[in-house]
Design a protein around this ligand. Structure first.
Ligand code: AKG
Length: 289
């Protein structure tokens, strides 16, 4: 599958796209079955582990599954969809002809529950040598205004890279007062199951609580152009700093074309966006037009 000139231009200008009917009904049905099995399995864990991210009050009777980590590693079906021509053809059109898979996650928003994701740019988590990176959101179920769809700020991928730190520590989100009234322009990425959304790595996005009676699963695949390289590997920070012979350590690399800020230092014990963002405060519901 490939995109029209208008679709490519819309992505370049707005920093997002919604495309209906990309994932067929049979694939969706198999993914739903798999997800049901994983959900059942997640009830047995008492806290987040290698496979599941669960909320702080998670119990078998009150499951709080927030994420299946690295779904492409957990089942060949997730891997096959990530490699499918249907998705990779589109991604290739937007990344200039080359594609490298970066990572995957499957986020849940429990019905009537709180799993709000604060405003952020994925770029703040993993700056690269160029910004030809994007995330594809596969809508396993319908995404509606009520069930906490992804929301984006159109055109924000061309704007500043916002500070995602609080008190000098990476917080994985942006205090809303730093965005002033930009959030009034939020657009909800709502579409039927089987659609995909695409957002540029620098696009500001968030999602609200799920006010519906049904869970909202969203499968996310991130891809980059082959010539985009991560600027830093977090585990190497101490060793990296230890090799400075003159001058002081910095968390702000010099870069000619793309602004960036390293997501370091990390908050101790923060294993996911949910843990990271627990420090961020917003003035209430996040809303999209
Ligand atoms: O699941 C969502 O609603 C948003 C997820 C997201 O933005 C992220 O995981 O980076």
């Amino acid at each position: 599958m490939s995109l029209s000139q208008e679709q490519k231009q819309a992505y370049q200008e707005q920093g997002f796209l919604i495309l209906p009917d990309v994932v067929d009904a049979a694939t969706l049905a198999r993914l739903r079955e798999l997800i049901a099995d994983f959900k059942q399995q997640s009830k047995t864990v008492s806290s987040s582990d290698e496979l599941f991210d669960v909320g702080p009050d998670h119990t078998p009777n009150h499951p709080q599954l927030r994420r299946i980590k690295h779904p492409v590693k957990q089942h060949p079906e997730f891997d096959a969809l990530m490699r499918s021509d249907a998705i990779v053809g589109i991604v290739s059109d937007l990344l200039g002809g080359t594609v490298r898979f970066d990572h995957s996650k499957l986020n849940f928003k429990p019905a009537g529950g709180s799993a709000k994701i604060e405003w952020h740019q994925d770029w703040a988590f993993y700056p690269h040598t160029n910004d030809d990176l994007l995330a594809v959101g596969v809508m396993i179920e319908d995404c509606t205004p009520e069930n906490g769809p992804l929301m984006v700020i159109p055109g924000s991928h061309k704007g500043p890279v916002y500070d995602h730190h609080l008190d000098g520590v990476f917080a994985g989100g942006i205090q809303q007062d730093r965005l002033s009234n930009l959030v009034d322009q939020a657009v909800g990425l709502t579409a039927p199951a089987g659609s995909i959304s695409i957002h540029h790595v620098r696009t500001l996005h968030a999602s609200s609580d799920n006010r519906s009676t049904r869970e909202r699963p969203l499968l996310l695949y991130s891809y980059s152009a082959v010539d985009a390289f991560p600027v830093f590997h977090e585990d190497a920070l101490d060793e990296y700093d230890s090799r400075i012979l003159r001058g002081k350590p910095t968390r702000a690399p010099r870069c000619e074309a793309v602004p960036m800020r390293l997501p370091l230092p990390r908050r101790e014990g923060a294993d996911s966006i949910f843990d990271n963002q627990s420090q961020i405060t917003t003035a209430g519901e996040l809303v999209a037009s």
